[in-house]
Design a protein around this ligand. Sequence first.
Ligand SMILES: [Zn+2]
Length: 263
Amino acid sequence: MGSGLWDTHVHLDDERFAGDRKEVLAEIGREMAGVINPGCDGASSAFAVELAEKYPWVYAAVGWHPENLTELPKDYLAKEAAWAEHPKVVAIGEVGLDYYWPDNAPREVQKKVFKEQMDLAAQLHLPLIIHDREAHGDMLELFRKDAPRGLEAVFHCFSGSVEMAAELAKKGCYFGFGGTSTYKNARKVREVMLSLPKELLLLETDSPYLAPVPYRGKRNKPLYTKLTAQNMALLLGVSYEEVVAFTEENTLRLFRKIKQPLS
Ligand SMILES: [Zn+2]
């Protein structure tokens, strides 16, 4: 496997990888340490586990995304718990709140399902991969009132304020930074990055979405993590190698199952 570069958030099941998925997967194996592929519903979680079984450098997370709750199976928590027994399922996710799309399930449903998956993650001693879009107020309230003891989590592609990040950081949350941190108009994202201790920073792409500059608007892929890492190095005033080293350390600390021997 390649350097210590980790893409902690990629959707390789997306149809935009249909044409070259094999090549993209080979490239990860050559150039990177690994990737974490979260699921967003039953089919994509199963696909993530399958990929993880096939490729040593792919790890999976399983979960139901707030955009996919209209057909939530009754036994979804049991399904997640069963998948989580797999040695390469390293987190519960992608889960969260999404108030951006009007067709999503009602807010009360989203909160209930998120809370249930939050509890499951804590029970299973697995970290939670969180999506929070236009729902910062409710997300913070959930964390204040309902976060179970010992919950570990990463806010992927975090878009909240410096103050919100500080409060979540106190609770031990990590923060994933990807393509948006390289966009000219994303000053707030960079302010948040600079405000956090580097022990809480992770790299991600959210491929196929949100490609970093200079590929903004094109299909994203895991190797572009490199561009976000270079940008992070510039912003923090450290070397690229340092960024790769501390983000790898953080990845392996949060997703600790990665280092457990496969049985
Ligand atoms: Zn995602």
